[in-house]
Write a protein that binds this ligand. Structure first.
Ligand code: SF4
Length: 659
């Protein structure tokens, strides 16, 4: 079988052969291949060939909806090229329920619902629709229509013929007034490929639902993880838990709305209990983040907005302030969950989202009290400028969520920026036998230059010592933007640093059309801004400048082929801030692998740099130059092999551009 729909490059043949070997040996593989090298099509083709020949299914996980769309478009290309077996080449894209549930996505309250809330809401709507078939006003209308076999069959036929992306499928169902989520369940069973967000594999409840629909054992499934460099942080976040002041205030309001029952053998009401928790969270913040001593004296300005707290301090404070035993505290946690469930039922009966803050509080306390500390750090965080402090159980070790990977027939993990591959393997606990491969860029080396300069840095101490550094930095940015009539992107390490430059008037000397990304910008506004910027690079365009940040929505996910981007300027090295969370991670990786700095500071920083530089070259005809404005860039030669120092930046850039 040879399903590849284009003429493959040599490097693509090598990728496909290694994937094939991995699948045959039922192994696992982690690989890095630069942006634009065709990872998606290579992986899709080789896993699909194997799946069709060996009766397997592919679970292809992506981080964003745009990546998911790309996979479905490539599947269509494969099918168009292989007409003789087109009926076998079938797959579906699935998004989260908040996008696929038509009742939820058109309602501001429901569209923010958590997966569990939406699932309960949906079950109830379906129950009502089934039990009151004659009453057309009860239950979900989209579900009711989805019980009509004729309508469903014609929709499945349309999907068969068109292989729609998830967005196209949802639009089609909306026009037909059918539930896309329910119909997708039918489609999943006959698919060789399902393309899903990470949550469908790494959240137990959602995974069970998916696997039930697939009705095939894990050992007959192949897992693909796209943009794998995002997965460890994704798992850390989803296995962490937080309790904020806003959440506790919502608990107080909810308790008062529903009669504020008493707990702890009638000693106090639920709202009083929550108010005590609010005081404790605030006091922990004052003590550990602000450094305020018992006598009210502050030990100095906070260095960061978070701090470690001793592992049992929160619950010890609860016991001592309320004068209760740990047994009573456990009873309170149980009561909160029971009351919370009742409130969820009331909401459901009222046709509302079954949401209860008290239920969430019960779950959080239960988790917090029974937490095994070796894979977690307990923190207090001062968010929203002091208005919303929170405590947080931060998951340090993503391997808490990766056990499922071993159950698959094979797993393929890929990214354009994953070096050092050992870090990913170790963090995810994928075992020593996994295949690690790094493919060189298939594009001509002479099409890309990466310079760095030594006269500037964004290192905080040095900026404080030498006030000329920032003006030199400004001169570099201004000269590059004003000299070359090419589309230029300037990436800052953070929105804060970008604002600092902006407020200093450092952008005023730029004589080009200038676009600046705003952190709060909606996705639509951002897309409009990017599309205007791209327009300046098109043939006969005068070239514009776009200022953005590393690790953001532009540097990590958007394509700028040909003249849409020819110069990338990187302002400083985007090292992570030395927050308590970051220090906790570094310490944990030091203890576990003796590689704290390398795995938690150097590697993520290199990935951010490479992601930004990676916007320049998307195919063999693209040309571009990147400039890193920071002397510390020399430390990243191991990751950026074609990095070279420039002693005369403008001349070096000119000579490259004129070639
Ligand atoms: S049946 Fe579909 S549209 Fe109706 S509530 Fe459930 S997911 Fe939403």
């Amino acid at each position: 079988m040879n399903l590849f729909p284009y003429t493959p490059r040599k490097s693509q043949m090598a990728i496909m052969q290694t994937i094939k070997n991995t699948l045959v040996s039922e192994g696992d593989m982690v690989f890095e291949s630069g942006t634009g090298s065709g990872k998606t099509i290579c992986t899709l083709t080789s896993t699909l060939e194997y799946a069709l020949e060996n009766n397997k299914k592919i679970i292809y996980t992506t981080r964003t909806n745009a990546q998911q769309r790309q996979v479905i478009l490539e599947l269509r290309a494969i099918r168009n090229k292989n007409k003789d077996i087109e009926e076998k080449i079938f797959g579906v894209g699935i998004q989260g329920r908040s996008n696929m549930c038509l009742l939820a996505r058109n309602d501001p309250e429901f569209s923010n619902g958590a997966a569990e809330e939406l699932s309960k809401f949906c079950s109830n709507e379906k129950k009502k629709a089934k039990s009151t078939k004659k009453d057309k006003d009860k239950g979900c209308i989209y579900y009711r229509n989805s019980l009509d076999k004729e309508k469903v069959d014609s929709t499945i036929e349309w999907v068969n013929q068109n292989l729609p992306t998830a967005e196209e499928f949802i639009d089609f169902c909306e026009k037909k007034q059918l539930c896309p989520y329910e119909i997708n369940k039918l489609l999943i069973r006959k698919s060789s490929l399902v393309v899903v967000p990470y949550v469908y594999v790494f959240d137990l409840m959602i995974r069970n639902m998916l696997f039930d629909c697939l009705s095939c054992p894990e050992e007959d499934m192949i897992l693909v993880v796209d943009e794998a460099h995002n997965l460890p942080n994704y798992i850390r976040d989803s296995f962490s838990a937080q309790l904020s002041m806003y959440m506790l205030n919502s608990c107080v309001m909810e308790a008062e709305k529903y009669g504020d029952p008493s707990i702890a053998d009638g000693k106090l009401s639920i709202s009083d209990f929550c108010k005590v928790l609010i005081d404790i969270v605030r006091d922990l913040r004052d003590t550990y983040v602000y450094g305020i001593l018992e006598n009210g004296i502050r030990t100095g300005p906070p260095r960061n907005n978070d701090a470690f707290i001793p592992s049992h301090e929160f619950e010890t404070e609860i016991l001592s302030r309320l004068k209760i035993t740990s047994k009573t505290l456990h009873d309170i946690v149980g009561d909160l969950m029971v009351y919370g469930e009742k409130i969820q039922e009331y909401c459901q009966k009222d046709g509302k989202l079954p949401r209860s803050y008290l239920h969430k509080l019960g779950l959080f306390l239960d988790f917090w009290i029974s937490l095994e500390m070796n894979q977690y750090a307990k923190l207090v965080v001062d968010a929203r400028n002091g208005k919303n402090p929170r405590i947080e159980a931060f998951c340090l070790d993503p391997s808490v969520g990766t056990g499922i990977i071993r159950d698959f027939h094979s797993s393929i993990h890929m990214s354009g920026t994953l070096e050092p591959l050992e870090e990913y393997r170790d963090s995810m606990d994928l075992g020593e036998n996994i295949e690690l491969v790094s493919y060189p860029s298939p594009f001509p080396k002479e099409n890309r230059r990466i310079f760095f300069v030594r006269d500037v840095t964004t290192k905080y101490d040095e900026i404080l010592r030498d006030e000329k550094i920032l003006s030199k930095m400004r001169n570099h940015i201004t000269s590059i933007c004003n000299t070359f009539q090419k589309n230029t992107m300037v990436f800052f390490p953070s929105f804060n640093i970008m604002s600092m430059f902006k407020e200093n008037g450092d952008f005023n000397g730029i004589n080009r059309c200038l676009y600046v990304e705003d952190q709060e910008m909606s996705q639509t506004a951002l897309m409009d801004l990017v599309s205007d910027f791209k327009g300046h690079g098109d043939e006969d365009g005068d070239g514009a400048a776009l200022f953005s940040v590393m690790g953001g929505r532009i540097s990590e996910g958007m394509d700028f082929p040909a003249e849409q981007l020819e110069i990338a300027v990187i302002v400083g090295i985007p090292y992570p801030k030395p927050t308590a969370r970051q220090r906790g991670l570094q310490r944990y990786y030091d203890m576990k692998f003796r590689k704290g700095w390398e795995y938690t500071v150097e590697a993520p920083t290199a990935r951010k740099l490479l992601q930004s530089i990676g916007r320049l070259i998307r195919d063999e005809n693209d040309r571009g130059v990147a400039v890193i404005l920071d002397r510390r860039a020399s430390r990243f030669k191991r990751y950026i092999r074609d990095l070279q120092e420039s002693k005369n930046l403008m001349e070096d850039m000119k000579s490259f551009m004129e070639k």
